[in-house]
Design a binder for this molecule. Sequence first.
Ligand code: ZN
Length: 356
Amino acid sequence: MERLVQNHHFFIDDDWHRIWNADVPYKVRYFVWRALRDVLPTRLSLHSRGVQISPLCPLCERNLENSWHTFVGCPTTTPVWIETGIWTDINSLLGEVNSFTELGFRLLRNWPKIIGDQFIMTLWSLWHRRNDIIWNDGPRDPNSVTRRAKNVHMNWIRIRGLCTTDALPTNPPCSTKWHPPRQGFLKCNVDAATFESNNSAGFGTIVRDPKGDFMVAKATPINFLPPVRECEARALLDAIIWVSSLNLSHVIFETDAKVVTDAIYDPEKDISEFGDIIGNIRSLLTSHSNFSVHNIGRQANEVAHMVARHSRLFSCPNIFSSLPSFLSSCINDVCYSHNANEMSRTLMGDGHAETR
Ligand SMILES: [Zn+2]
């Protein structure tokens, strides 16, 4: 689908302020401002101005290269958006918008700022990949796009001094009731669900602020069924990688898998697959010194488990940028302690990954 008409006069000043106020490097803000103004030197744009050049996309060489195609329409971009976890949101608007500009602003209005900033960084990195392929025969894989976006973003935040380096706590005692994090911290609950009937599993991650309010969640389906302790460890590793890609700092991760927290804080080296995952978690905790991992009771982690169960409704990782309806009735901690058993019974099918 090609969109040739761009009408940026339709958009209000607040939309443009969102670009200029993004927590991303200035060069990225300027780039995305140009992209949304539709003034990038795409092949079609150069061709229509009389430059002797093919108007076709240099990546797929099948369609005219305009902004829409570069960032959305090209078959090489979809895997990138799938990897970032925001493809579902983008895909849901494709039939409703008339231009890349309209799509960009609709998404930025709907998303919380952290997801919007990730979107902006990815746009910039997609263009970077496109130029790198043209001039340097650079890599085409989606990983290279998301990795560059994340690295540049994190370096920029580090330079601005937004990251601090508080000491990592030792293995703390287990809590049976969910509590919001203390001021200045975020809490990320993580759980795995196993679906033995179709030999698969899923991870659930939910981030909440010091008021206990929902910020963002992610449901990750996996199409195989690892051993249970490995499944819980993978869920935690996936959550830490994802949260760090959002450039959140001061995050307390909570899992109800005691076997995982015990292994993280155990100095013994484990050479199994599980040990490898734990080693990766340890490395990430060392490089993100304001992240920590705590063990909590299963009832206190029920909301993360509900997200994990919903992963089987999706074929790829799905990010919830607003509170999903299936969590809306139980997002306060009172529910966790009193209604957890009832909630468990109303959920679909299979169960927790048994680790205790
Ligand atoms: Zn293309």
